[in-house]
Design a binder for this molecule. Structure first.
Ligand SMILES: [Zn+2]
Length: 311
């Protein structure tokens, strides 16, 4: 088994980091710290879990099983539709900036629903994932082809008009390397869409270690708008659109933090109609709070579009 990677310094810029929070993870109860770099202000999990630990987590029922909701009767189908609408709202700001038929790459495709929606909107879509099983499932269900592996290890055949990182960057050991690779894969003026949890949010301030979107130990990095902008500008990407609201994850953050048994992965594994209804009601109840924090630019999610600088 490989050793956990313990940080003496920031893994991105090698400067000194301070402890923000100490907490156990939700899966094994092992102690982790969240540290924040004094220089680049990026927060990260310490130690990073070993590859074996992460593989065990990801090889479980982590993704893809949303497709089983359709088999859970009328409520299951309604939830699937609700999720698809949220997915559409999530990516609409990017799609509005692209010409018809533009090529889009989604990195870490999860259930494949987002890529399928982009395809239905008339764009050329390809995907990447580290799991061959997920790629095969997405190909079978949505007829979308993909590449297996980490972005920087894949040999791509062409460049893209846009690259999507939907709640992916925080899982990577080197987000900087991934963005650097993505920037090279873009056509001139190409765009990168990113959604990640926002550690500078009021939700994190309010909920601390209970905050669902910390997702220790899977989330290796915890971005603020400032630290994300820094990685992007280092790679010659200019921010052209930003929001701290996500139709998919902002309100869900409150519901899943307050009642951990309502977390989406748990609901997917053990279907319970009353729990699902409570989950939806809590999200609706949280909406005024979510709107207010987003208006103050301190919402739970960073959702941005960056454009490649002209050479
Ligand atoms: Zn740093």
């Amino acid at each position: 088994m490989s050793e956990n990677q313990i940080h003496q310094r920031c893994p991105l810029c090698l400067q000194t980091a301070d402890s923000v929070l100490r907490m156990p993870d939700r899966i094994y109860g092992k102690r982790y710290a969240i540290l924040r770099c004094r220089s680049c202000r990026t927060s990260f999990t310490d130690p990073f879990p070993s590859e074996d630990e992460l593989n065990r987590i990801y090889s479980g029922e982590y993704w893809a099983k949303e497709t089983t909701l359709g088999k859970k009767g009328r409520l299951g189908r309604a939830v699937t539709k609700f999720n698809l609408v949220r997915m559409a709202l999530l990516i609409r700001p990017l799609l509005k900036t692209l010409p018809p038929g533009a090529s889009v790459l989604e990195v870490g495709c999860g259930s494949g629903h987002l890529a399928a929606y982009i395809k239905r909107c008339g764009f050329e879509v390809e995907i990447t994932d580290i799991s061959r099983d997920i790629l095969e499932e997405v190909r079978a269900v949505h007829n979308i082809s993909g590449y297996c592996g980490n972005l920087e290890e894949i040999e791509f055949e062409h460049q893209y008009d846009a690259i999507v990182f939907n709640n992916v960057l925080e899982h990577l050991r080197s987000p900087n390397r991934a963005i650097s690779t993505a920037a090279k894969l873009l056509k001139p003026d190409g765009r990168i869409f990113v959604e990640v949890p926002n550690i500078d949010s009021y939700q994190f301030k309010l909920l601390g270690a209970r905050w669902y979107h910390l997702a220790i130990p899977q989330h290796l990095y915890h971005f603020s708008p400032e630290s994300l902008d820094r990685i992007m500008s280092t790679n010659a990407m200019n921010k052209i659109w930003a929001s701290t609201y996500s139709p998919r994850t902002s309100a869900a953050g409150y519901a899943a933090s307050l009642i951990p048994s309502l977390q989406p992965a748990k609901l997917r594994q053990a279907w319970s109609t009353p729990k699902l209804l409570i989950y939806l009601i809590l999200q609706i109840a949280a909406l005024p709070l979510v709107c207010a924090e987003s208006l103050m630019k301190r919402g739970a999610t960073i959702r941005c579009i960056y454009q490649k600088k002209s050479e």
